[in-house]
Design a protein around this ligand. Structure first.
Ligand code: COI
Length: 355
């Protein structure tokens, strides 16, 4: 293992890996033997540590519990057939967590702590990363920052914890996703923090998502909060529509998460010769295209979701099932991106980062 002067490492006495059934993983339920922790206090980040995975002790008045001052990231590490471990565009996640933190008035995390911590953690827990592109085997990496200062005054914390935990995973969605377009609830507002990967952006979706789940759908496709006429994102995924042979997705904004998989899909689709339009997408356009058959396919993109085909779209009381076309874009783009992630194809974009 590479040694580090930046990170203090305390290894777990015994690995839990033998207790894990890697063929029957429930997404995000199993965690590896170690975690990365770095505290912010007295105006600076302290010495980062890798510790055995363990519960946290926080004062019940810690600001994260009361004001939701918390942000996170989702990344994955992949193992190739030679046992080498790769991260996909980690620089993007590093930059995005700091952007999210800035929006929630939290301190920037140092680059060398982030990358050194990740490398050390992945080297210690690399046995937990299984190869197997077909099964979607990967290690889901969850960096997050929480406000840990005790005290219920509604003001930014002066103390934080930056933590990274890792979970062996397979596919997030095992079936085509059924979505319903929002016509009342909103995920984010202009000038709000929808573009930040903030914990509260997810909590706020749970109730409207449960309502559509009671109708048999999996997720809401969010629309703009002012008119509900424009399609935005699906909460755990950015969304793409194929109208005839053009792939369409809406631009990012301060309401929409700037997804790493989203921008990779756009770049890869263009490389594959697919026409991509990044422009506003109206509910009217998509529901009409679904009704007249020009909506050939739709899919969501995200680190957890990878590229997940949407099988059903609903709006108010109308429901459309989408048949997969023969030259399915989602399957072609997904394969091309997975091949880069698992080191099974040339990385012409420079996206892979060896651990
Ligand atoms: C990810 O794709 O990494 C996400 O953060 C979505 C998550 C809520 C599962």
């Amino acid at each position: 293992m590479k040694t580090s002067s930046l990170v203090k490492v305390t290894k777990a006495e015994k690995s839990k890996i033998d207790q894990v059934d890697f063929d029957n993983l429930v997404f995000g339920k199993t965690f590896t033997d170690h975690m990365f922790v770095c505290d912010f206090k007295d105006g600076q980040w302290q010495t980062p540590e890798i510790l055995p995975y363990q519960p946290l002790t926080l004062d019940p008045s810690a600001k994260v519990f009361h004001y939701g001052q918390a942000v996170f990231e989702g990344m994955k590490a992949y193992k190739d057939t030679d046992g080498k471990v790769w991260l996909f565009r980690p620089e993007e996640n590093y930059e995005r967590i700091n952007k999210s933190s800035a929006r929630l008035q939290m301190p920037e995390f140092p680059r060398d702590f982030f990358f050194e911590g990740l490398e050390q953690l992945l080297n210690l827990d690399k046995e937990w990363i299984k190869s197997g592109q077909a099964d979607g085997n990967a290690l889901y990496i969850r960096p997050f920052v929480i406000a840990s200062q005790p005290g219920v005054m509604a003001s930014p914390s002066t103390e934080y914890k930056f933590i990274i935990i890792c979970s062996p995973v397979q596919a997030y969605y095992t079936k085509d996703v059924k979505v319903k377009i929002a016509d009342y609830y909103s995920r984010a507002a202009n000038g709000g923090f929808g573009a930040a990967k903030a914990a509260g952006n997810y909590a706020g979706q749970f109730y409207p998502t449960r309502l559509v789940q009671e109708e048999g759908f999996d997720q809401v496709i969010w629309t703009d909060d002012t008119t509900h006429e424009y399609l935005e994102e699906a909460g755990t995924m950015n969304i793409f529509f194929r109208i005839n042979d053009t792939l369409v997705t809406c631009p990012t904004s301060d309401r929409i998460l700037d997804g790493v998989t989203r921008k990779s899909v756009i770049a890869m689709a263009e490389k594959l010769g697919i026409t991509v339009e990044v422009r506003k997408v109206t509910v009217k356009e998509i529901t009409e295209a679904a009704a007249n058959g020009t909506l050939k396919e739709s899919f969501g993109s995200g680190t957890a979701a990878v590229i997940s085909p949407i099988g059903t779209i609903a709006y108010k009381d109308q429901v459309w099932d989408l048949e997969k076309p023969e030259n399915c874009y989602s399957a072609t783009i997904k394969k091309a991106i997975l091949d880069v992630q698992y080191n099974a194809a040339e990385d012409t974009f420079g996206w892979r980062h060896e651990v």
